[in-house]
Design a protein around this ligand. Structure first.
Ligand code: URA
Length: 235
């Protein structure tokens, strides 16, 4: 793994901050100063100290990805979200926690913590997911009331949602506590419109970091991991 990436792995520093520390000669690997951010380290074996702080390798990996459109939320071969992670994708056991459609953008949690992932996705936990959508034609207040009441989608009735109209109803924010296939698109269709753009802003307590451009990712901070554990009912 690259040295600058390893330094960010406990979620305290951004990639830019980590690179800057390395270039300024403030990072040692096994006692020797290394000034190349792309220097390869073995996270299990090498002793890395950045600005006086030893980097302790986490047993599990928790990644926030700002998913761009055009990528599949899967670990299979092809143009998957995993290909956006570079050499991190090679860590065994990493999986996207929940799915976004290929044309949906925004917050995707990727982890190798199967127990936490399972709890967060459990329908019994009711972990809230919030989305921004654009739709055509615009939805009136009646349409938003349908979203809020939880429309009948044929094979199931959606649970009541929180929804707010934006830009005269041509877009909106919606928070749902379930994650059925094409859920938001189907709810908006049931309300009388079609989704033309969809972006996930929040997954439980975890908010999409506005500093992440499309396709960029970072490790979660300790606070973010703890807030997810609390949302999942984990100690
Ligand atoms: N609802 C959808 O319709 N698509 C997504 O990707 C996520 C939620």
């Amino acid at each position: 793994m690259r040295l600058d990436r390893f330094i960010t792995s406990d979620g305290r520093l951004s990639r830019r901050e980590a690179s800057s520390l390395v270039r300024r000669g403030l990072v040692t690997v096994n006692g020797g100063t290394v000034r190349a951010p792309d220097f390869r380290v073995d996270p299990e074996a090498d002793d890395v100290v950045a600005d006086g702080r030893r980097i302790v390798w986490r047993r599990n990996t928790y990644i926030m990805l700002n998913k761009p459109a055009g990528y599949v939320s899967s670990t299979e071969k092809g143009k998957t979200v995993m290909t956006l992670l570079g050499d991190e994708a090679g860590r065994p056991g990493l999986f996207p926690c929940g799915r976004l459609d290929a044309d949906t953008e925004g917050l995707l949690l990727i982890t190798d913590d199967g127990a936490l992932g399972h709890l967060l996705l459990s329908p019994r936990r009711h972990v809230e997911k919030e989305y921004l959508f654009r739709c055509d034609p615009p939805l009136g207040e009646k349409g938003f009331d349908i979203l809020r009441s939880g429309p009948d989608l044929g094979d199931f009735t959606a649970r009541p949602a929180t929804a707010e109209s934006l830009d005269g109803g041509s877009s909106g924010r919606i928070a749902v506590t379930e994650g059925k296939y094409h859920q938001i698109k189907r709810m908006v269709r049931a309300a009388g419109s079609e989704v033309t753009y969809l972006r996930r802003l929040r997954f439980g307590p975890l908010e999409l970091d506005p500093a992440l451009g499309a396709g960029e990712w970072r490790y979660l901070t300790e606070d973010e991991i703890n807030s997810l554990r609390a949302a999942a009912g984990q100690k």
